[in-house]
Design a protein around this ligand. Structure first.
Ligand code: X5A
Ligand code: ZN
Length: 649
């Protein structure tokens, strides 16, 4: 099951026929240039290519009024003067004689994509469309949008496929007020949008774009921003606007194309990986095309490149996240722990209607610098195909570079392995040493780029020692930042230097402790809520801050993580680790090894099941750890209200 790409050249027909600086950026070239780069990079050819079909009038009626559909149909026959006159009745809209055809293709493409994913013809996909959709309302065009493609797709998934939980993630730089209005009282569609707001000074200048808009009636709590796990959606629709990308003349933001690879991969952990992205905005042609390629590549299963730039959140972003947490707290158990609920600070500064728009700044976009000289990064990322190391005496190491299954590679020479094993008596005997020889082969295979990741099983008593040798060998081979996540009763090697090259995170049945900036121990979470806040609020921000070039995950004795938890842990950590993962498990857990191998291969993790709230001891422990660590690890500030009041708030 691959990635669907839905497109039709006819959607390049509509264009602006008169002078209107506001609308001039929504051009046919947006699609043409993005498609061209997809072709050039060989990405189109890797997709399941679907020709977009027109949505029927009945389908448009899922969201729009018959009168509005008739009005748009009528534009096919209008002359330029009448088109301009009608366009002026809406905010930032232009009609062209081909608009109705294009808009029906755009809507049809979104429906086709959902059908492909929900029938299993594709695992995920992208619809490259115009006109965009998320500003369009039941009976109004708005912001270049004619029919609301994503809202139609969500309604179609509800009505034709019987889904009950659909997550819409809107990463366009503008608030998709159209989608918000359509679903504001519907708890089956959770609408999450991030957007430029500027206290109401950014288009579309709406009070209801602020964090305190949470939905109405039964839909309260199902509008705006919140961490995306607890809802446990069956389908993820993305309003994929790339006007939030660097260089865009509208958004004037700094998100590099790589950001969209990371966002996409994080979303792939949800809904069994059923992610449908539909193009919205994006007006800088080069930045748009790069960002579309990053999204498609990630949907296809390629590892995202590292995020360039410093891993430090800015103050205003922290304040925005805090407002959202406060506004959503009444509706979501995961925000309700007393120690983590912040005060609501109003961010809308005027109630007197529209404020003056901001002055536009000169956008700058430079293509990413050529790859860094770091020897570990000199070779391109290995294809996603984990090696599996089995410990049965006659089993070889299976390394399968370039996606081709090779004959097992030979393990290390016994004498050489013995030298590395020397300090550990437990590794001296046959079976443990045989396993170690294979693990060492795997470490070398990952670090010289033959494989991206791997999983190894060792006899239980030898696990700790094997881990120690794995770490020493990795550092010896030049790993600069080694992240080790050790779950269960495993001790950090005593002689490991605390020099910032390794970050050691223990998750085990002990008290929370920060033994140093690079040695953190946290208690084992019991409930789903505790687990999610541990992963999303601590482990992931630390991993993003550290930017490891190798991640070692070990599930040791009585680790206490059920398989779906371990699967989610590995899936989420793949993103900041860019897939370079070595997982170590005990050989008595073949089922766990199998699940982790599937995760390393890019399969979506299973659902965690019903939500249970973290104990207050556990929540306190996380708050304590964050307080200890956030001065050094700034990414942790995103996960919680600032422990010290920020100046000016
Ligand atoms: C889809 C989209 C933006 C409209 C901006 C009007 N619309 N100033 O990005
Ligand atoms: Zn936009």
């Amino acid at each position: 099951m691959g990635t669907a790409l839905v497109y039709h050249e006819d959607m390049t027909a509509a264009r602006l026929l008169w002078d209107d600086p506001e609308c001039a950026i929504e051009t046919p070239e947006r699609l043409a240039v993005a498609m061209e780069l997809l072709r050039q990079r060989g990405l189109e050819q890797r997709c399941l290519q679907l020709a977009a079909r027109e949505a029927s009038e009945a389908e448009l009626g899922l969201v729009h009024s018959p009168e509005y559909v008739a009005l748009v149909r009528g534009t096919e026959a209008l002359g330029v003067g009448a088109l301009q006159e009608l366009s002026a009745q809406f905010d930032a809209v232009y009609f062209h004689p081909s608009t109705y055809h294009c808009a029906r293709l755009a809507a049809g493409a979104a429906l086709q994509l959902v059908d492909a994913v929900l029938t299993g013809a594709a695992q995920n996909g992208l619809a490259l469309v115009r006109p965009p959709g998320h500003h369009s309302q039941r009976a109004a065009a708005n912001g270049f949008c004619v029919f609301n493609n994503v809202a139609l797709a969500a309604e179609h998934a509800k009505q034709r496929h019987g889904l009950r939980r659909i997550l819409v993630v809107d990463w366009d730089i503008h608030h998709g007020q159209g989608t918000q209005y359509i679903f504001e009282d519907d708890p089956r569609v959770l609408y999450f949008s991030w957007h430029r707001y500027e206290h109401g000074r950014f288009w579309p200048y709406l009070r209801e774009s602020d964090a305190d808009a949470v939905g109405r009636g039964h839909g309260r709590g199902f509008t705006v921003n919140l961490p995306w796990n607890q809802f446990d959606p069956e389908l993820v629709l993305v309003s994929a606007g790339f006007d939030s990308a660097i260089g865009d003349p509208e958004g004037q933001m700094q998100a590099t194309p790589e950001c969209f690879a990371h966002l996409t991969q994080l979303l792939l952990a949800l809904a069994g990986g059923r992610v449908c992205a539909v193009l919205e905005g994006g007006y800088h042609l080069e930045s748009l095309a790069e960002s579309v390629c990053m999204t498609i590549q990630t949907l296809l299963g390629d590892q995202p490149p590292p995020l360039p730039g410093p891993m430090v959140p800015c103050q205003s972003a922290l304040e925005s996240i805090q407002s959202v947490r406060a506004a959503q707290a009444p509706h979501w158990a995961s925000f309700q722990h007393p120690a983590t609920v912040p005060m609501l600070s109003p961010s809308y500064s005027s109630s007197e209607g529209r404020l003056l728009p901001l002055l536009p700044a000169e956008p700058v976009y430079k293509a990413a610098a050529p790859s860094c000289p770091d020897p570990l990064h000199a070779h391109p990322l290995a294809p996603v195909c984990p090696a599996v190391v089995l410990t049965a005496p006659d089993a070889a190491v299976h390394l399968c570079p370039r996606g081709i299954r090779q004959k097992g590679a030979a393990p290390w020479e016994e004498a050489e392995a013995e030298a590395w094993a020397r300090p550990h008596e437990v590794l001296a005997q046959g079976e443990a040493l045989a396993a170690l020889r294979k693990v060492l082969r795997l470490v070398d295979g990952i670090l010289d780029g033959q494989v991206n990741s791997g999983i190894a099983a060792t006899p239980a008593p030898a696990l700790s020692a094997t881990l120690d040798v794995t770490i020493r060998r990795s550092l010896f081979l030049g790993v600069q930042r080694l992240l080790c996540v050790a779950v269960g009763q495993l001790d950090r090697p005593l002689d490991l230097a605390d020099d910032g090259r390794t970050l050691w995170l223990s998750i085990r049945d002990k008290q929370a402790a920060t033994l140093s900036t690079f040695h953190v121990s946290m208690p084992l979470p019991g409930a789903t809520g505790g687990f999610l806040s541990c992963i999303l609020g601590l482990v992931l921000p630390l991993a993003y801050g550290f930017q490891p070039d190798l991640l070692v995950v070990v599930l040791g004795p009585v680790h206490g993580l059920q398989d779906p938890y371990a699967a989610l842990l590995v899936t989420l950590l793949r993103v900041p680790a860019r897939g370079r993962i070595l997982a170590l498990v005990e050989e008595s857990k073949p089922q766990l090894a199998g699940i982790l191998a599937r995760m390393l291969h890019g399969e979506a993790p299973p659902s965690l099941g019903p939500f249970s709230k973290a104990s207050s001891e556990f929540a306190q422990a996380l708050v304590y750890l964050r307080g200890q660590l956030e001065l050094h690890w700034k990414m942790l500030q995103v996960a919680a209200p600032p422990s010290v009041a920020s100046p000016g708030s």
